[in-house]
Write a protein that binds this ligand. Structure first.
Ligand code: SAM
Length: 200
């Protein structure tokens, strides 16, 4: 019988072969440690891809439940397969949709943004109502492979320049929020950890 770490390795290899962007090792280690240390039990993820980070988070503790949204059908179907391989169908719910079209019910301990990088402000505004008091929003790829803090004139691609600018706007948006405290961690491709004040 294939064990969980071998199954995870197979997903990592598939992602690398098919060029599916999944979280970097350092980032996933940080995320799963955060889930464990903070006793997170309910997670909403925006950007499932093939289910790698959702599975890693669910494996931290048998009480954890994850809802994850993906808009790419092929990836969504692959994620369903992967979740089944781990027998996690009862704890990971996968939704096939553009996240911004989903009216989510309920509140979560942790919301993880790992989807279209230019949409983070929209994701925040749309899903903030689903964050529990004292909950945390974690956003991956804040460095955007180094482009976020690069001199704009040095970025040749107009598309990349646009995304880098939107990520900078997102960082400012987070910093300006009085009811949240954001810490940007120099981990993987840069991770923003945004904690809602308990007093709310
Ligand atoms: N979290 C995954 C992991 O580490 O295993 C990786 C997610 S990948 C970086 C980003 C995914 O978000 C892509 O598969 C993309 O199709 C999806 N995505 C982008 N914008 C989205 C949106 N608005 N709604 C739902 N999914 C979206």
């Amino acid at each position: 019988m294939v064990n969980n770490s071998e199954l995870l390795k197979q997903i990592e290899e598939y992602a690398s072969e098919k060029k599916v962007p999944i979280m970097q090792k350092e980032g996933i280690n940080y995320l799963t440690t955060y889930v464990k240390d903070n006793e997170v039990k309910t997670i909403l993820e925006i950007g499932t891809a093939i289910g790698y980070s959702a599975i890693c988070m669910a494996l931290v503790d048998p009480k954890i439940k994850v809802v994850s949204i993906e808009r790419d059908e092929e990836r969504y179907l692959e994620a369903i397969n992967n979740v089944k391989k781990f027998g996690l169908e009862n704890r990971i719910s996968l939704l096939f949709n553009d996240a911004l079209n989903v009216e989510m019910e309920g509140k979560f301990d942790l919301i993880f943004f790992d989807a279209a990088k230019a949409q983070n402000i929209n994701f925040f505004t749309h899903f903030e109502k689903n964050l529990k008091k004292g909950g945390t929003i974690i956003t991956d790829n804040i460095y955007f492979h180094g482009y976020t803090f690069m001199d704009e004139d040095k970025i040749e691609s107009k598309n990349i320049r646009g995304i880098a600018r939107k990520i900078k706007d997102y960082i400012k948006f987070l910093e300006d929020k009085n009811d949240y405290i954001t810490d940007i961690k120099n981990i993987g491709d840069g991770i923003a950890v945004t904690k809602r004040n308990d007093v709310l």
